[in-house]
Write a protein that binds this ligand. Structure first.
Ligand code: ADP
Length: 333
């Protein structure tokens, strides 16, 4: 039923190191107020989505709220991710990877992929709605999170990474901007456009060669090196280390004005914890350091959450996070 062609993810081409400059002409046109999903085997009458407000724009997709009427007369809300059905080859490959991999994921901290269909000249992905923006928006607004909040999100992200790796999927582009917040402020990993199926043998080299993708701040040094074998999935653990550092301090550790400088600093593990701004516990610093080691020394998700950091203090419940974060001051305060 999915309108996708099978692609060999190992053939996904090199992506630029930073997010491509957004080209408006490649973004899809404004959709009509009603979108018709054609009939399919599990929805014989098709469906009609009402298009709501815009949620955000990506490199080649625009997301809108979408509503479907329910039998009880209510509306169910979704995120409708729209792309042009005909895209430049590079974007087409990224999108096919995303469809193929994301549609197979089902875990509470991964944005749920519901369906995909074509209407007029666009392809629509129907996704679980995350109405509270991204983790990056929140960390910026709050100028860093408290340690209990960092525990809360790190446990959720580690759980999602464990699930993906268990299915042989490496995400490769984990960053705060790709982690969305659902209505209860839970973290949901989205955007599988750069993910790869972990395969063994010769193809592994192909994947490594085609892996110069993602965002420089979050890129593990071994992606830039050759000859390291069998720890490819550990790039996601590196990214989790960067995300934790950024949640604690509000900046990624190797932040620099040029991409080359970011890479150089990452290779040398050249980072410093801020001195005076805010108290950060030794346990927090330690657990982040374990994730920023060489790939083969990085802990797996289970080992991460067993670290003292996660037992040295409180982990809020989802309900507490919702109440507290709703009370947090609006942007600019
Ligand atoms: P691209 O793959 O082109 O980078 P994204 O997946 O990042 O596109 O989506 C673009 C923007 O749409 C995101 O930055 C975010 O603001 C919004 N968005 C994406 N998915 C969701 C979702 N499930 N719920 C709410 N907003 C979303």
């Amino acid at each position: 039923q999915l309108p996708h062609r099978v692609v060999d993810v190992a053939k996904v081409k090199m992506m630029p190191a930073s997010k491509p400059v957004q080209k408006e002409k490649e973004l899809p046109p404004q959709p009509p107020p009603l979108i018709y999903e054609p009939p399919s085997f599990d929805r014989k009458d098709g469906a009609v989505y009402q298009v709501g407000k815009i949620l955000g724009k990506g490199g080649f997709a625009v997301c809108y709220e979408g509503y479907l009427p329910t039998k009880s007369g209510n509306k169910r809300k979704y995120a409708l991710k729209v792309v042009r059905s005909k895209m430049p080859t590079k974007m087409e490959q990224k999108f096919q990877t995303e469809l193929q991999i994301h549609s197979k994921m089902k875990q509470q901290n991964i944005v749920q992929f519901l369906r995909a269909f074509s209407f007029q000249s666009c392809t629509y992905l129907v996704l679980e709605l995350c109405p509270n923006g991204s983790l990056m928006d929140m960390v910026k607004r709050r100028k860093g999170l408290t340690e209990p909040e960092v525990r809360f999100y790190s446990v959720q992200i580690a759980g999602a990474i464990k699930y993906m790796h268990g299915k042989g999927i490496i995400h490769r582009d984990l960053k705060m901007g790709n982690i969305f917040l659902d209505k209860d402020m839970n973290a949901k990993i989205g955007d599988f456009g750069l993910a790869a199926l972990l395969v063994t043998g010769k193809d592994m080299q192909t994947i490594r060669r085609t892996t110069l993708c993602g965002t420089p701040n979050y890129i593990a040094p071994e992606i830039l090196e050759k000859g390291k074998k069998g720890h490819d999935h550990m790039v996601d653990i590196w990214s989790l280390g960067i995300i934790m550092f950024a949640m604690l301090t509000s900046k990624p550790p190797f932040q620099s004005s040029t991409t080359d400088e970011i890479y150089r600093r990452a290779k040398n593990r050249d980072y410093e914890w801020p001195k005076s701004d805010k108290y950060i516990s030794e346990e927090a610093k330690e657990v982040v350091a374990t994730m920023l080691q060489e790939a083969e020394l990085r802990p797996d998700p289970d080992t991460i959450v067993q670290h003292d950091f996660f037992h040295a203090g409180y982990i809020p419940t989802s309900a507490e996070m919702t109440t507290k974060l709703r009370d947090c001051p609006p942007e600019g305060d």
